[in-house]
Design a protein around this ligand. Structure first.
Ligand SMILES: Nc1ncnc2c1ncn2[C@@H]1O[C@H](COP(=O)(O)OP(=O)(O)OP(=O)(O)O)[C@@H](O)[C@H]1O
Length: 252
């Protein structure tokens, strides 16, 4: 589904992503692990178009997406969530989810005057979809609550609902387990598994190895901007190069 070839992202003299190639297979939940500063977030930012890669290519279902804006990549079916979601605090859960950039006719400034019926119908459809995904992630009781009352874990679920409205093919999750209480973590894991069973492919940055072990196959390991290993969670954890990278040793 997603193919990266020789991807590089440099910040001045720092090659945060240093010649990375991989393939994400359709239907998988691929884990992306690695010590702090390995380049995982930078790789996510390149994939999602937050900034263009310095060199290399990215293809999503056969179409080149490197160099496209994040908005166009989102519309092409690749969505990302952030480690620390920042919803609009005074807007309700429903309003926040309805802000997702789907291809609505009503977004064109003249449309409400020229085609009011169509705009109203699109808004009703979007509202229905937003309510569906809010219920799917378990936030239905909070649908009219302002986002500021949500816990960190609930904000992650809100963000997931927000990207699901756009019906992405591939979702990049940045540390879905970070700062989430254990009960909500189970809900997040179950939600991801259910979505995956329904056909959504995931790439997940995560430090919580229990979560990685229970959810991700395969797992890719990054260190110092490079891909160090790939395989199932047990084999990469036992790989001496991975152990060395986590212990701060030099990469072989
Ligand atoms: N905007 C930037 N400008 C300069 N250097 C950057 C920038 N963003 C990241 N870096 C550097 O790139 C390297 C990789 O950082 P990155 O945040 O991608 O790692 P990470 O694997 O996501 O780490 P963590 O697990 O701590 O989130 C680090 O050396 C970091 O300092």
């Amino acid at each position: 589904m997603l193919v990266a070839r020789d991807l590089v992202k440099s910040f001045g003299g720092v090659r945060a992503v240093d010649g990375v190639s991989f393939t994400i297979e359709r239907g998988t939940i691929t884990g992306l692990i690695g010590p702090n500063g390995a380049g995982k977030t930078t790789l996510f930012n390149c994939l999602a178009g937050l900034f263009p890669p310095t060199s290399g290519t990215l293809t999503l279902d056969g179409t080149r997406i490197d160099g496209l804006s994040s908005d166009r990549i989102f519309r092409a079916g690749l969505a990302r969530t952030f480690q620390i979601p920042r919803p609009f605090p005074e807007m309700t859960v429903l309003e926040n989810v309805m802000l997702a950039p789907t291809s609505q006719h009503g977004e064109r400034f003249w449309a409400p005057w020229l085609t009011p019926g169509r705009v109203a119908r699109e808004e009703a459809t979007l509202r229905e979809k937003a309510r569906h995904w809010i219920a799917f992630v378990g936030l239905e009781p909070l649908v009219e609550a302002p986002a500021r009352v949500l816990s960190g874990g609930q904000r992650k679920l809100l963000e997931l609902a927000r990207v699901l409205v756009a019906e992405p093919k591939l979702v990049l999750l940045d540390e879905p387990g970070a700062g989430v209480n254990p009960r909500l973590l189970d809900e997040i894991v179950a939600t991801i598994a259910k979505l995956n069973a329904g056909g959504v492919t995931f790439l997940v940055i995560e430090h919580n190895m229990d979560l990685v072990m229970s959810l991700c196959r395969p797992v890719m390991v990054m260190a110092q901007g490079r891909l160090l290993a790939e395989g199932d969670a047990e084999s990469v954890q036992a790989d001496p190069r991975v152990i060395e990278a986590y212990l701060g040793g030099a990469i072989a």
